[in-house]
Structures are given as structure tokens and as C-alpha cells.
Design a binder for this molecule. Sequence first.
Ligand code: GLC
Ligand code: CA
Length: 559
Amino acid sequence: MNEKWWKNAVVYQIYPRSFKDSNGDGIGDLEGIYEKLDYLAELGIDVIWMSPVYKSPNDDNGYDISDYQDIMDDFGTMDDFDRVLKKAHSLNIKIMMDLVVNHTSDEHKWFIESKKSKDNPYHDYYMWADPDKNGNPPNRWESCFSGSAWEYVESVGQFYLHSFSRKQPDLNWDNPKVREEVFKMMTWWCDKGIDGFRMDVISMISKYPGLPDGPENGNGYTGNTSCDGPNIHKYLREMNEKVLSKYRLITVGECPGVNAEQAKKYANIDGSELDMIFQFEHVSGSALKPCHHGKWDGEAMTMPELRANFTKWQKDLEGCAWNSLFLSNHDQPRCVSRFGNDSEQYRELSAKMLATMTHFQKGTPYVYQGEEIGMTNVQFPLDEYGDIEVRNAYQDLVIKNKTISEDDFRKAVWNKSRDNARVPMQWDDSENAGFTTGKPWFRLSDRYQEINVKKALEKNDSVFYYYKDLIRLRHGEELLTEGDYQLLLPEDEKIFAYLRTSDKEQWIVVANLSEDTVSTEGLAKYVSDKEDIKITNYKDRTGIKADLRPYEAFMMRIR
Ligand code: GLC
Ligand code: CA
């Protein structure tokens, strides 16, 4: 089955813990998702990507799974899940599960067996290695959450690999039994009727034989010895053959450390592996001042860098692979704060501008919960952050190694922390933003009275209705799916403009990423008597000619 129905779909990501609490325990849950499905149908999205809801001790908010075929108590039961699936389907919304199989929880039964002894049948399900001759870890690999990626287990006399937290041991994909188990579990979910998988750090599953150290210390997400390992395509092809190809799915691989050249294999349109991947170059910071301490220093990409990066992916994958389009997710800060302007004056304008710039490229757009109402970053005192990434980095960089001052680290957390995306969803202006009637598991943004769903639904030019229009256009206009992409004004410091072209038509997308008013002179040759505006964030825009106001964006047909 190779029908590419997802090419004109829009995906909405739910982070269940922070979406909607239905029973007052302060934690979002499946029943909460159920309640809000009508809201998502109103927005018009096609697919929900649900961050993990499986049984988990919750060391990394559910990305540490102890039972792949059960639901975390906090979220409800398998019956609750089935109800969500059924209602979603009745609203024509598909459900894409988060598939976290680079690692399990250390409380998964496989790992509990694995660490009993070297000759336990499950031992080889994980990545175990002997200490070096001085009793130290087998190599210098670092965890994406700081510190060594190896943990010693007395009873076995070996270290196990954990690319993330200590409670997330890496599976050994070279063991055919592991692959078999994973494929069996995936088949179980597919038979239940789910519609796809978002595959967590899937570019990391194939480990480098001999566990070689890279040229530098460290490994982490993009380390050259952790991503895109030698057997990755073999394993993905096998997965495709044994599971994916048998269903009508959408699949997207989270692929840190994979460049556009490599992506052509993962996301090849021949359908032999995955439908598309998430790459992270455009959210990884500037080449001019790169990060040295994981993501905690360095600078954001400049607009020209961002534009060049998007364009590179549009061009490189053209005709051979498919792009995913996103600016935010549960691991990224809020896009309006990061790339736009979250002041009261410009928040809505710049949120719409960013969406215009992103959604009209070629690929499948992803919207992260709250993005559709322009939710913003937060600034809390450091001790209020619960994310394991922040906590570990603080211990490592501020306390132990003293390479970043507490002040600088706090600023970095405000700008970059994953928790920016994980504050509870803002539904209305009542206490706790209508997220819960109890005590929320994590503090709410101070701005929920200003920014919430209720308000957005009441205002016909809100960010919400703008997203709704973008989605409607994506569904209705074939050119947006199939048309060619061509960058305009590659040297401009403020304008991101491009053409989408098919045999019959040509459309232009123009976005001013700055707070300044800028001339559109450079686009003069595209002025035409066929100008027909499709969407704009300043209502009185009718043609190309007039200057662009702060954060103005539009798309119009020109041929
Ligand atoms: C992915 C997830 C992230 C998680 C990590 C480990 O990057 O998106 O949230 O912490 O993998 O599973
Ligand atoms: Ca709850």
C-alpha cells in the first residue's frame, strides 16, 4: 500500500500531559484529548501526533516506556485510548503514535531481565560493554542529557549505554530478536487501527560497531558516532517490509544528525523506508556563533541562514524525497518567541507571518499545540523547571564544571528550554486557563488571560482562524502540494519570498521577518494584472507593490 494521502495533510501534535486535564489531578489525559477533538476538527487538521501515552515511570515525560502495549495511569486506560481513536476517526482525524524504540525504560521487563546476568536471554536486547582496563566506561560518549552515556551495573560487571537518561537504556537493534519484538508491537498497534508513527530519534538506532569515539569528546544528538549508523537503512527497510507497507500509514522519523543528502534515503518517495523525516538544522542555532555547551549557549540563526536552510532542503529533496515543515514541537521553544516577536503589539502578526512562511513550502506541515493561538515562551525561576534536560545540564555546566554562569544559564533556559513548549495549554481566562480544576503539574504561562483558545475563537482575525485558512488552502490547492519551490531575493536581509509554480499557475509567498517597514521593489517583476490575494495578515494588502509593514506576510496568485 503506497498511497501518499499525507501529502496534503496537516498534522497537529498533542503533548498529552499539558493538553487538557479531565479529572482534576492536574495532569492532561486521554479523556481531555477526547473532549477537545471537536476543537481540532474545527481547526481542520488531518492527523494528530500524540506524544507518548504508554506505561512509563515518567523520567522523561513518557519517552521512557515500560510497557508499549499499555497506557500510563496518569493518562487513563486502553479503553480511553480506544474511545479517542474512534471519535477521532468519526471526525476524519487520524492518529499517529509516538514510537520510542531507540530505548526503553529501565523498568521495562526486557531490561529488568537483561541486567540480571550476562547469560540471561534478554541480556543482548541492550547495549552492554565491558569496562576499559582502568574500570572506566568503554568510551567517551556523552548522554544527550549530560554526563557519560554509560552506566555500570554491579551484578553484570558491565556498563549499559543510555543515549538519554540513565533510565532510558538503548536497545540493541543488531539483535534480530529485538527487531522482531518491535515489529510485532507495531503490528499490534496497526491492527488496532492507528494511522501512523512518529519515530523518536530513529536515526540513532543503528550503533557503530566497536563503539568508536568521535574526534572530539562527547556525542549527544548530533554526535558523529551516534546518528545514521551503518545498518540504519537495512533496519528501516526491514520495518517497512514487515510492518509499514501493509497499512495505509503516515510515518515520520525524528532524525537528528541527518543531512539532506542522507535524508533522501530515509524519506525516499519510492516508499521503501519512511514517508518523511524531521531534521533539525533550521532550529540548531547560528553557524556564526555555534553552541559549545549542548544547546545552552550560541546564537539563534539569522534570518538569511534560516531561509538558506529551508531552501536547501526544499531544493535537495525535490523530486526524490518529501519534507516535513515545522517550527515548533515539544522539544523546541515557542516559534513566535524565537523567530517572531512575542510583544503584545506584534505577537499575532508575527505568528501569522511565520506560519505563512512555513506552511506554503513543499512538504507536510506540523502544528504544535498552542502554536495555533500564538502561545509564547515563559520565564520562570530556575528551580521551577522539572525537565531532566535542564536539571542535568544545570548540574553539569553550572555546578560541576562551572563553564556557564547561573545568570547565563537562566537566560538560555528562558530562550531554549523544552519546558517553554510544555506549559499547560491555555484554553480560557479562568483559573489555570481552563486546563485543570486542580493543581497543574507544571506552572502556567503568566499570559494566559491575554492568550487563550476562548479568546481566539471569539475573534475572527485571530491566529487560530489564520491557521484554519492555511489548512483549508493546503487541502484545496494542488499547487501547494505539488508545485515547484523557487527562492526570490536570496540576498535580502529581511524578506523571505518564494514562488510556487505548477504548469498552470504561479503563486508568490512574501514574508517580512523584521519589525521594519521594507520596500518590495525587488519583487517588481512579479507584479501582474492577475494578482489575486489568497491570504494575508494585514487585511488591506491587495497587490505586491506597497511596502511591507512590520511582520507582514501574504500569499497571492500572480499567474
Ligand atoms: C526525542 C524526543 C524527546 C526525548 C528524546 C528521548 O528527541 O522528542 O522529547 O527526550 O527523544 O526519547
Ligand atoms: Ca488528569
